[in-house]
Design a protein around this ligand. Structure first.
Ligand code: SAM
Ligand code: SF4
Length: 342
């Protein structure tokens, strides 16, 4: 098991498979882009799989593939299939902006992906363009609907479809109700044994050059108050036995849930079970920094599995108890979100 100095067991690994993206979300990707790491510094498929197998042997039970945009990585479907086959792995999830999703749905499902998180920050074309600097909202909505209705040739569906919205004051904070209604419409599109639907609202977090400002961050408490006047929310338990970070509620009469990621206003570090592996093979114990170790260099220097395991454990031992205050985070964050993998 992977247990840190504060007795937190880590069973959830988020793997970023690329720093590239086909959208330009202002809150994630700096306006001028980032200088991407040279190709040779990124993990190859076989290096990534080797590390994933070691992590699963050490107690990881859930892997989420993320990025950048994971679906731009060549041969992502066979990579997912290899990950899903690792003995001991219980859940394979993927986060995507949805742009390339529709055509890849069958291959991803057959590869073993059952949980999809799809970013959707606005239902309005003008806002979507302002936020992502692209005009592809229709294509993404089509992909979301296709994912909800997807059936394999043998009748299988996705287990969970979650929509992720970063809520920014003055930009999209007035769309919470519309997004809940959109989620409810999706639920009606799906058959009764189709995927469960969750609409998730994420507090805007500070990263280098992402335009963050304290006044732009809409807190969990504000979002709940706004929703409360129109919907009855009832506390829900985790979406799987491997906990994610969201506070979850069912929405009365809608057959969907609403989740909130409350990183800024209400830290959930005490229950943190997550580790991150960046596309260049760096193990990161917290989204906001804390301890880091480049595991790629171990693999490339022919380190044994025991040496890689020791490197993982020594990095985990340095994980902080909780992330620092917002002011400190702004000073210290060194990597852009796109280069960490959200
Ligand atoms: N490209 C994929 C996507 O957009 O879902 C996966 C990678 S993206 C970095 C993962 C998640 O991080 C997305 O849900 C995105 O909205 C979220 N994210 C990015 N920057 C953020 C920020 N500054 N604050 C809060 N969430 C952010
Ligand atoms: Fe790309 Fe996802 Fe970041 Fe948007 S949030 S720029 S889609 S990686």
């Amino acid at each position: 098991m992977l247990v840190d100095s504060f007795q937190r067991t880590h069973d959830y690994l988020r793997i970023s498979v690329t720093e590239h993206c086909n959208l330009r979300c202002a809150y994630c990707m700096p306006y001028d882009g980032i200088v991407p790491a040279p190709q040779q510094s990124l993990l190859t498929d076989s290096e990534l799989l080797r590390l994933a197998r070691i992590f699963v042997r050490l107690g990881i039970r859930k892997i989420r593939i993320t990025g950048g945009e994971p679906l731009v990585r060549p041969k992502i479907e066979p990579l997912c299939a290899e990950l899903a086959r690792i003995p001991g792995l219980e859940e394979l999830a993927l986060s995507t902006n949805g742009l390339l999703l529709e055509e890849k749905l069958p291959a991803l499902w057959h590869a073993g992906v059952r949980h999809l998180n799809i970013s959707l920050d606005s239902l309005r074309a003008d806002r979507f363009r302002q936020l992502t600097r692209r005009t592809t909202l229709d294509r993404i909505i089509r992909a979301i609907r296709a994912a909800v209705q997807f059936r394999s040739t043998r009748g299988g569906a996705f287990d969970w479809i979650k929509l992720n919205t970063v809520v920014i004051r003055g930009v999209n904070e007035d769309e919470l109700g519309d997004l809940i209604e959109f989620g409810a419409q999706l639920r009606q599109l799906a058959s009764t044994d189709g995927p469960k639907i969750e609409v998730r609202f994420i507090e805007f977090m500070p990263f280098p050059n992402n335009g963050w400002d304290a006044s732009a961050c809409v807190t969990y408490q504000e979002m709940r108050a706004a929703i409360h006047s129109h919907y009855v929310l009832e506390e829900a338990f985790g979406d799987s036995h491997i906990a994610g970070p969201a506070r979850r509620f069912t929405v009365q009469d809608k057959d969907i849930s609403v989740g909130f990621i409350t990183t800024m206003s209400d830290q959930f570090c005490g229950n943190c079970n997550r580790l991150r592996l960046t596309a260049d093979g760096t193990l990161r114990t917290c989204l906001f920094g804390s301890s880091e170790m480049n595991l790629r260099d171990f693999l490339r220097s022919d380190a044994s599995e025991d040496q890689v395991e020791a490197a993982i454990r020594s990095t985990l031992a340095l994980k902080w108890e909780q992330h620092p205050s917002v002011q400190e985070l702004i000073q210290m964050n060194s990597r852009e979100m796109i280069a960490i993998g959200g």
